[in-house]
Design a protein around this ligand. Structure first.
Ligand code: GTP
Ligand code: MG
Ligand code: ZN
Length: 378
């Protein structure tokens, strides 16, 4: 494998893959050097169902359906090793199969549902992630949900933007309350109040996105992610007609909800990923992602008298002082501690899992060697 030093452009980067520039290739390569693999084509994963991947492929950005090669599947250990929507991949032009996934610059991840400590990448190589909530009075918005989503976003490496959708369904008082709560839950994060239905705020949102960036979305089912994509498309003069879910009795009935992730290239950009709604967001994040979500707590704890203050009654503790004075709301600190415990638990399990996977890899290699030896012997 050859890696480029970032000074000299990788061979063929600009010319050969020019057709992939609208799909974000220049943006991807500008943030880091790319390994070159002579003879292999570059492609971006724009769709994924089970074992099938929809790709746009160099040299002409033609789309085709593909699978991973046998060797790829043999090497892959967990779901995180497989391509996902947004990934850049190398494909063999002869067989059309996926040979390797290029390094992910960013990734929105979650823990897989259930007990297993496995990472699942929702969407990769996104520059901005829209954290979508609905002001429809349902359970579309809670402060805890905003903090959770913001933590996932800070961990991804992408820029978070909070979207408060369905302004047309909220009265002025409700709207003000939600906007204030959001400012507390996600300090320093840009917030856009929009309506995918009426188009309110959509042009402003579009103005905050650059045309060559890839935009991911994260939000519960029914908050209006697909509707948002359609609305952004309309501002761009495109009839997107992405299926939106149907509402009955104020609840999503499961008809036409999004089931597959897909990247859409809007006329003039950006590239937007529509994804299925999450029932729950099980975090997959480093503990320090919490510093992004709770910057004021991080700042206060740096002012404690002792460097290793546990904020449990030591003298000169700024956290306890701020809790007593009301400067730091107790509920917010409690939610911080809950998330911290959750992430600490996750990362203990994750380290253990990593050790097990390492052993599995070595077992595979040992088995391969034994098979080669066997074949050698007559
Ligand atoms: N009144 C109103 N309805 C909206 C708005 N945005 C979306 N909706 C409606 O809300 C319902 C759900 O919207 P979707 O776009 O399908 O929601 P989603 O987030 O994509 O849901 P999943 O695909 O299940 O994750 C649809 O009936 C939309 O038409 C809005 O701003 N105002
Ligand atoms: Mg949808
Ligand atoms: Zn302290």
């Amino acid at each position: 494998m050859t890696f480029h030093d970032g000074q000299t452009p990788a061979p063929g980067n600009a010319g050969e893959h020019a057709a992939l520039v609208p799909w974000g290739w220049r943006r991807y390569t500008s943030s880091g050097a790319v390994e070159s693999r002579p003879g292999l084509a570059v492609a971006r994963v724009i769709g994924h169902q089970h074992y099938q991947y929809d790709l746009v492929c160099s040299p002409d950005a033609r789309s085709h359906r593909s699978r991973v090669s046998g060797a790829f599947a043999y090497r892959a250990v967990g779901p995180v090793d497989y391509p996902t929507v947004g990934d850049w991949v190398f494909i063999d032009p002869e067989s059309g199969t996926i040979q390797a996934v290029l390094p992910r610059r960013t990734a929105i991840s979650r823990k897989v549902a259930g007990e297993e400590t496995l990472e699942q990448v929702i969407v990769a190589n996104i520059d901005t992630v829209l954290l979508v909530f609905a002001m429809d009075g349902a359970r579309g918005f809670t402060v805890g949900l905003v903090e959770r989503a913001t933590t996932a976003a800070w961990n991804s490496g992408a820029r978070p933007i909070v979207i408060l959708n369905k302004t047309d369904l909220a009265d002025a008082a409700e709207r003000e309350r939600i906007v204030l709560d959001t400012a507390t839950a996600a300090p320093g994060v840009d917030v856009f109040q929009v309506s995918a239905r009426t188009g309110e705020g959509i042009a402003d949102l579009l103005a905050a996105l650059s045309p060559d960036e890839t935009v991911g979305m994260l939000g519960k089912s029914g908050v209006g992610k697909s509707a948002l994509l359609n609305a952004i498309g309309r501002v761009r003069g495109a009839e997107m007609a992405v299926r939106e879910g149907e509402l009955r009795h104020g609840d999503l009935q499961g008809r036409h909800t999004t089931t597959d992730k897909h990247l859409y290239l809007l006329p003039g950009g950006p590239i937007v990923a529509d994804v299925p709604g999450l029932r729950e967001l099980q975090l997959w994040a480093e503990e320090d992602s919490l510093d992004g979500t709770f910057p004021e707590i991080e700042a206060l704890s740096r002012e404690c008298r002792f460097n290793d203050c546990s904020h449990n009654g030591e003298p000169g503790c700024r956290i306890q002082e701020a809790l007593a004075s009301g400067e730091l709301p107790v509920e917010r600190y409690d939610r911080y501690l809950d998330l911290q415990r959750e992430l600490a638990h996750l990362n203990r399990r994750r380290d253990q899992r990593a050790r097990e996977e390492e052993q599995m890899k070595w077992k595979k290699i040992a088995k391969q060697i034994r098979e080669i030896e066997k074949r050698r012997r007559p």
